[in-house]
Design a protein around this ligand. Sequence first.
Ligand code: HEM
Length: 498
Amino acid sequence: MDIFTFFPSWLFSTVSILLFSSIFIYSLRWKKTSKAAPNLPPSPPRLPIIGNLHQVIGKNFHQILWKVSRKYGPIMTVHLGATPYVIISSSEFANQALKTHDQILCNRPRSKGFKRLTFDYKDVAFSPHADQWKEMRKVLVTEFLGSKRSRLFKKVVDTEVKGMLDSFSSMPLNTTIDLDERLFHLVTDIVSKVAVGKSYREETFRGKKLKEMLDDLVISLCGSVSDIYPGRLGLILDELLGFNRRLEKTFSNFDAFLQMVLDEHIDHTGTSDHEKDMVDVCRSQLTTNEMKALLMNVLNGAIDTTTTTMVWTMSEIIKNPRVMKKLQEEIRRCVGRKSSVEESDVANMPYLKLVVKEALRLHSTVPFLLTRECVKHCQIGGYDIFPGTRVLINAWGIGRDPKVWKETASIFNPERLENVELDRSEMIPFGGGRRACPAASVATQIVEYTIANLFYSFDWQLPSGMKNEELDMEEVGSLIVVRKTPLSLVPVKHDWQD
Ligand code: HEM
């Protein structure tokens, strides 16, 4: 008795075909999956629940992860809480992320803080890569950073820088100035006057000054536990730790402040075109929430970054008397005897440009570029990056990488950049690709112009006979890297008889 006795032959053939084809398909799929077994970036050992948090929390995140990358490689995965982050620490892989895969790594992750403080992703910096982002970036570039506002920018920068120089000149001899504070005032006044027509720096709003509101904003943008513990645990912890309450308070204060700013623009209709600030020109193109989100980006993105870049540049010049002498010779030769440097003079100061660039190389004030999120599978350095993966690029480390900048990487030497073409993400203080900082050129010009004026009019000394070379350069901060101790200097009016 054979099997055919019980089953009709057609049924047997059908079952056999089905069986063989499923074995075939299964084996193909198995082959395919085993071939596609993900090749994930190496990862340092981590603890349950907290991942690698204990290694980075409370420390200079960029420095710690730079050290870890020396052991685990220029692309690695670290776990912050329950969320893996791919960390890129070489110009080669940064170039792959920002140029080759720019279209794939152009998203920003969603976050409770971002969502609330950007009025539901109406801004440029934190919104996902979508049409809304494109539109808002276009408005920012044309209405704030572009040629339409350049006349106002020039006038405001000129007036504010000259006002600062005059205030230094009128101080009693040997007065020590806190440059961190003074340059913060300068940049706040410039940015506020171009964006909203006046500086609100001295005003108090709901018991807070603008600086305090901006500091609260940064904490609330990044402090949500649910960003690294998605799901119920994060939500509960945000509530228990008071994050939700703080976020609402920060939002409510900032929203009310921005509403007041917008209300004050209602009767600005008569302002002439070149006197119009950003709000004047954008109000008719944007909804109220879009306008507020854009202002949030401008105030939050422009002030601390530009101030800190000026402070680090000054610090490096002061610490290196050879550079200071050469720079002052260039500026004074170029300008001659005038009351101050004009904007057009700066074009003839190649050494100044190298000095600012070299300071940006060593001091990426935003040490990690704003977090990217992968939208489609790609490979970097041969490792798989899957959709949804968060990617952090260590711009601070890349600017100091001895593989690119040789063993003298950490030494401030502007001449190293003379006649050097940089096109492979060797230094990325403004990021790269479509999400790069749209203000790189404007910010650099403001820094160059301010530095030129400071070193034209004054010879700077450290207080209490401290030697220049002894200036402390210790850093603090993870979102923005600032000096640990303020930069205190004594301005000495330059004596042209010398
Ligand atoms: C020296 C000063 C500045 C530095 C070092 C700096 C640095 C950066 C960096 C590193 C990024 C992230 C780029 C990336 O993810 O690839 C960024 C983004 C951004 N910056 Fe700046 N920035 C500066 C000044 C400014 C100013 C003056 C503004 C004024 C509006 C500004 C507005 C923005 C915006 C809107 C973004 C987000 C771009 C996007 O996601 O499309 N920044 N900046």
